[in-house]
Design a protein. Sequence first.
Length: 433
Amino acid sequence: MKIGNTIEEYVRSKEPATRSALLMYESAKRLKIPPGAVQEMVKPYAVRIQRLPVPILGQVVNVISGIVLHNRARGPYKGGIRLDKDVDLWETTELARLMTLKTALSGIELGGGKSGISVDLRALYAHMTRKKRFNGAYREFERVAKIDILSEFAHHFAPLFASHEYVPAPDMGTSGSEMVRIYNETRDPASVTGKPDGIEGWLPGRAESTGYGVYYAILKDMEHRGTAPSDCTIALQGFGKVGSHAARYLFEAGARVIAITDILGGVKDDGGLDVPELLLHCRQAGCLQGAKAKSITNDALFKLKCDYLIPAASGHVIHKDNAKTIGAKVIVEAANMPVTFDGMKTLHERKVPIIPDTYANAGGVIASNLEYRQALGGPKHTKDSVLAEIRHRFDTMLEDMHLFMRKGRTMLQASTDIALARVYETMVQRGLL
Ligand code: NAD
């Protein structure tokens, strides 16, 4: 039975050409940063791979995990913990690098890191229970297994978390419930962000922060285009922590959300889906399957004619093949790197703008920064003050990017140039380059 990657599969070989690295090399040429220096900035500072022997349902299951510490020139390594069957070292590295760019673009005092835990919980469930129906019993298994895995992960990496060198948070496949395990291990509210309400040092508004930022970035784009939510249609891939809140805010603002998909399928209604009803359905069923609406596949979602397509699930879902048939007028990268480097080029030729991940989904890390500082004794926040901070940071990022866009750069290029220049300047100033 295969439940995730072996160490060899996890490490793979040479790092493949990744989008963030290619963007950084392109940007370095525009900024005239020496090639040797940008190479240093592309590579991670440290990589830690850890086998986790996790007791699940009375059996020990070995799960491979890794932490990539990419860059801490501007502050502690910061980045979420991804738990997914497809996680490998290079994906974690790329996501860590993206965090370095994201924290620099949003102007917060944090660097970039990421964790990846490679496990296929559906395969494990089917193997352990001989059941292939992913119903309520599977959801309970998934909940308990994730807690067991994260408890082991927290135990192994506790000294790193307690040192505040790397401050983790939830990402795809993990949530506040698992962040509690890190807090339990360190008893330190500043050792992890994305803690659920009621856990020492939690931040009101953290849960909706990323989705709120995605919504706000779209609202700003609508303003720029002279349109309004009520005139716009939205298609969304991923209805998890990010997608669900983004959909809710857009729905409440009057936008027509015409299709939503998740890993098991999707729903569609040209007249507009009832997002609150879908949220209720998902809370009970755990997925969109079974909701009262016509169904749609992930492939068909990408072809839908709509104003905004929001990929809010895994990476690399829009590539050179399907970029030719994307039906949306604008792509909003709520997920991390949902568009590949080749896909970006095709979309650029087709004049389909991309609102980049380092900006569109930065709401989460902006809130995490407040949560971290609050836990260190900084000011206490309310949900309103957190959302206001996100709006303020987004307005500033947009102003900064527009300065570069006036010189003919795309938003993706502008965001990379700003971030890279900031990291480079700090590294030079600190004698790290
Ligand atoms: P999540 O695990 O809460 O939800 C993921 C959603 O995507 C689920 O609805 C799942 O069914 C769906 N999904 C997963 N694989 C899919 C596939 N192959 N096809 C279609 N749907 C699929 O994850 P999340 O926290 O909402 O993260 C989503 C994305 O946003 C990730 O790329 C993550 O890195 C990025 N992101 C998350 C945060 C955060 O605060 N959680 C912050 C910044 C960026």
